[in-house]
Design a protein around this ligand. Structure first.
Ligand SMILES: C[S@@+](CC[C@H](N)C(=O)[O-])C[C@H]1O[C@@H](n2cnc3c(N)ncnc32)[C@H](O)[C@@H]1O
Length: 288
């Protein structure tokens, strides 16, 4: 079987697997097949198109079949390739961390806008990322606003290992602290507290297509999202500098809840929409 034939067969295989699963498996069969065969051959898409008649060796074909089985079983491509692009950077991912989502780039953009505005006043700005996972938010902020002092936390030691590795490899100086929200005594005051927190209910997190990702990254442990957000805001408000901001990614339809919770801690929330017009990021400022 040559490259072209293998790709045709793999696309069909993934489409069939996707039709039965109802998950995301069959959504991008062409791309998935190319990425997975590229991984097996250690070659780019351009190479595969230019050498479409190159015959696969038995070992290559075996490995390709095994990767297709994993993908057909619902495993996200990023866990198979162990890498995901976010904000133009390649982040290593493992099953200890959430796969960075394009939506979260909006969170990073809003934080960078705020830092650029504050930065005009001079002085070092301090940023804290809660629940850093792969480190994608903290590292992207540090890379695009290098003068900021960036700290990041997670309750998962395994996630922190992945985040540390990413920061080192991408050359971003970020300090990592193991902490349940802001409970660590090592945390001080920050101009920005940012988070893409686990905001799904346990039911939503149990949905197909998400079961490969850490439950703790999707839904709060032993709490409802409302209780988690409340605890977060109660703690975060005491760690903000005067004029500081909290930026939180929120789920669909969570804006009214976030507004109520913000008021309950004497703060105001404004919201930033994603490309689909959905309120995705809450920007929270304490009332004077
Ligand atoms: C939705 S993921 C976000 C990961 C990453 N920031 C991103 O945007 O891709 C939420 C992260 O919060 C962490 N987390 C969950 N509960 C936490 C808690 N109580 N304190 C600190 N981190 C927590 C999880 O381990 C997970 O890494």
């Amino acid at each position: 079987m040559n490259i072209q034939q293998a790709l045709v067969w793999a696309r069909k295989d993934l489409k069939t697997a996707g039709a039965g699963s109802g998950a995301t498996v069959g959504a991008t069969p062409d791309l998935d097949a190319e990425v997975l065969l590229g991984l097996v051959l250690g070659r780019s898409r351009e190479y595969m198109f230019a050498h479409s008649d190159r015959v696969l060796m038995a070992g290559e074909l075996r490995r390709f079949r095994s990767l297709l089985r994993r993908r057909g079983g619902g495993e996200p491509v990023a866990y198979i390739t162990r890498v995901r692009k976010f904000f133009g950077l390649d982040f290593s991912v493992s099953r200890a961390v959430l796969i960075p989502r394009p939506d979260t780039e909006i969170l990073v953009e809003r934080v960078l806008d705020f830092l650029r505005l504050c930065g005009l006043g001079g002085g070092t700005l301090r940023v804290l990322d809660i629940g850093t996972g792969s480190g994608c938010v903290a590292v992207s902020i540090k890379k695009h606003f290098p003068t900021a002092e960036v700290m990041a936390t997670d309750i998962s030691g395994a996630a922190l290992q992945v985040a540390r590795k990413n920061a080192r490899r991408l050359g971003a100086q970020v300090k990592f602290v193991h902490s349940d929200l802001l409970a660590s005594a090592r945390l001080g005051r920050y101009d920005v507290i940012v988070s893409n927190p686990p905001y799904l209910t346990r039911q939503e997190a149990g949905k197909r297509g998400l079961h490969f990702e850490p439950r703790l990254a999707l839904a709060p442990n032993n709490m409802t999202p409302r209780q988690f957000f409340k605890k977060f805001l109660d703690q975060a408000r005491d760690h903000l500098t005067p004029g500081g901001r909290i930026f939180l990614e929120i789920g669909h339809r969570q804006a009214p809840l976030m507004q109520r919770l913000a008021r309950s801690v004497k703060a105001n929330a404004t919201f930033h929409k994603d490309l689909a017009g959905i309120e995705r990021v809450a920007e929270i400022k304490l009332k004077k």
